[in-house]
Structures are given as C-alpha cells and as structure tokens.
Design a protein around this ligand. Structure first.
Ligand code: UDP
Ligand code: MG
Length: 344
C-alpha cells in the first residue's frame, strides 16, 4: 500500500525528521485526542492506551493531543508526557474552539497512515484498537465504533440522541450512522478527504458519512467517563443538532415553501368562500375569534420560517468570512508565529 505517499507540503516538512528513524515498511497509526480540561483523566488515558498499543508490535504509534484551550493543567500534562515519550505530540490551540474544530486541527497535524480518534475520558475503550486495525488490514477505510450500550448516560440523553438521528436520517440522502460517535480508525485517504472540507461550522460525524468510502461498524459498550466532568450540556447538544441538520440538508427550507404554498391555497379558498357568503347573505359581524386565531397562526408560522431562513443565512455569513478554522499557539513547544493555515 502506498497510502503514505501523500504529498502535503506542511506534513512532509514535519515528517522528515520522523521518517529518518522510521522503517519504511512499518506503518504509523496516530492516536488523536482532543482535550479540554482533562487533567483528571489524561494520565490515566495515556497509561491505558500505551498498554494496549504495546500489544501491537507490528505498527508504530504516535499520540497527537490537541489542547483545546484548557484552563486547567492539561497542557502541563501533555508537555510532561512528551518529555518522557517521543511518540507524544501536542497541538496547543490559542483558545477553546470546541471539539469539532479541535479534531480538524489534530487531523491537519497528525502524520500517520491512519488515525484513531478518541475521547480523552476513556469512554472509548482503547482495547478496541487491535480489532479496528484488523479490519483496516482487510481493506476497510473507515472503521467506526458503534455504541451497543451507553453507560452513565441518562434516559433522556439516549432518547434525544436516538430521535435526532432518526429525524436527520429522514431529512438527508446521506446515510448517517446512528449511535456512531467520533471514535473510529480512518485511513489516510479518508483523512485527506476530511481535510478538504474547511467549513467552519463543522458537524464531523456527518462529514465522515458524507465522504463515503468503505465503512465497517464494530460494536462496543460505551463506558462511563473515567474521571472529570463532561463538557456537554443540553444547550450544546441542541446546537449541535441544529448544526447537523442545517449543514446537511435544506429540507427545512423546502418544508417552509411547501407549508407556505399550502397555507396560501387554503387562504385563497377561504377568501373566495367569505366573499361569496357576504355577497349572498350580507355582512356578518361575529367571526372575531376565528379571525384572530388565523392571524396568530399565520404570524407564528411566518416567524418560524423566518427563523429557519435566518439559520441558513447565518451559516452563509459565517462561512463567507473565510477565517482560519483555528489558531495554533504552539506545536510541541514550537511557537507558531506564522499560522500558514492552508485553505483548499
Ligand atoms: N472536548 C474538546 N473541546 C471542547 C469540549 C470537549 O476538545 O470544547 C473534548 C473532551 O476533552 C473529550 C471529548 O471532546 O476528549 C468529548 O468530550 P466529553 O467527554 O465532555 O463529551 P461527552 O462524551 O460527554 O459527549
Ligand atoms: Mg465523554
């Protein structure tokens, strides 16, 4: 396989020093971990994952930690891990950009022939990595871990996520995989495909589905967070859900047009009826309640649809600024004076 023959200027620059001590026939797997305030669990993550990869001698591994503007000792732990293990790299972002952006930052910087994307909180068991690699060996491009159970999550979170996937699936033509998170092994071809998509409001899970390629789902039991606090709350989840829908389909806009046409047709019929009725039987003062309820209903529908249009307009506004997706303060301690963020 010559997947590692990709040519990305920045990456080849960074790769040269590593490649000299890499045997050419061994392939490198990057473990990408976006981290935001994970001091409580990061060492534990590193220890458990290192143990797993020790049992896989046929590959080289690197850890790529992305510090997503943590306010605690996360960065210090990354530095410490790098000092004791040369396989560790870290990308230190200039502030908190959110997990979706932290992931693309990591994907831009990692050097592997494939990458395993994992959460720092050990909810994604590293013990699954050997199985993922075996499917990669069999020729799959994107091996995603599908949650069989979700330990430590509330009934409402499970229910809302299930409903959201069903709605999204109905609205889009792309098969979005339910219960599949970001935990997956993807090969270099898919990584480069993801790197082509520079939209700033990212819904990475959808992007993974969008790129296609050979997908394989493997089942696992999602564990409860090993330590520390979840960064998600319902507000963020609702936002991600809206993100998911508006970045993948214009179905709500179309629905607005359909419902608008339907209401307009009904109104015209009703108008014809009222006019005829008045001409034949004369004016009819009562009817205020029905009138006010119709006005309120139409007003409400209009506001809702304006909101939907605004949602899409907002996306256009955000994307049209062409800002870099993220800013890097330092990469492995090397300060990035010139960001050189590529736009493709
Ligand atoms: N994360 C991040 N930036 C953020 C929020 C979260 O990089 O702004 C990381 C976090 O450190 C963790 C992963 O994304 O590695 C998943 O976050 P979390 O466990 O809080 O989410 P949950 O598993 O509860 O959905
Ligand atoms: Mg988690």
């Amino acid at each position: 396989m010559n997947e590692n023959k990709y040519t990305q200027d920045r990456q080849t620059d960074r790769q040269t020093d590593r490649q000299t001590d890499r045997q050419t026939d061994r392939r490198l797997i990057s473990i990408l971990v976006p981290c935001y305030n994970e001091e409580a669990v990061l060492r534990q993550f590193y220890a458990r994952t290192s143990e797993v990869i020790q049992g896989i001698p046929d590959y080289d591994f690197e850890f790529v930690f992305v510090n997503d503007g943590s306010r605690d000792g996360t960065l210090a732990i990354m530095r410490e891990l790098r000092a004791q293990d040369a396989r560790v790299s870290y990308v230190n972002l200039s502030r908190n950009f959110g997990k979706e952006i932290a992931m693309i930052a990591g994907i831009d910087y990692l050097q592997g022939d494939a990458a395993v994307i994992m959460d720092a909180d050990l909810q994604d068991p590293p013990e699954l990595i050997p199985e993922m690699i075996s499917w990669w060996e069999k020729g799959y491009d994107d091996i995603c871990a599908k949650r069989r159970s979700r330990a430590g999550e509330t009934f409402f979170k499970k229910w809302s996520s299930h409903t959201f996937y069903r709605i999204l699936q109905h609205l889009t033509n792309i098969p979005i995989q339910p219960d599949v998170g970001d935990f997956r092994l993807i090969n270099r071809q898919c990584l480069n495909a993801i790197r082509l998509m520079r939209e700033s409001q990212r819904y990475t899970k959808g992007l993974f589905s969008w790129i296609g390629f050979n997908k394989k789902e493997i089942l696992f039991d999602c564990e409860a967070r090993a330590a520390g606090q979840t960064k998600w709350n319902y507000w963020k989840l609702i936002n991600l859900a809206i993100e998911g829908i508006t970045s993948f389909t214009i179905a709500p806009l179309r629905a607005a047009s359909f419902i608008g046409c339907l209401l307009a047709s009904i109104s015209i019929l009703y108008m014809v009826y009222i006019v005829t009725y008045t001409l034949i039987y004369g004016g009819d003062v009562p009817g205020y309640p029905s009138l006010i309820s119709i006005i309120l209903f139409i007003g409400g529908v209009q506001l809702l649809f304006l909101g939907i249009i605004g949602e899409y307009l907002g996306r256009v506004f955000n994307e049209s600024k062409f800002r870099p997706l993220y800013l890097v303060k330092d990469y492995n301690g090397k300060v990035m004076i010139d960001q050189k963020e590529e736009r493709q």
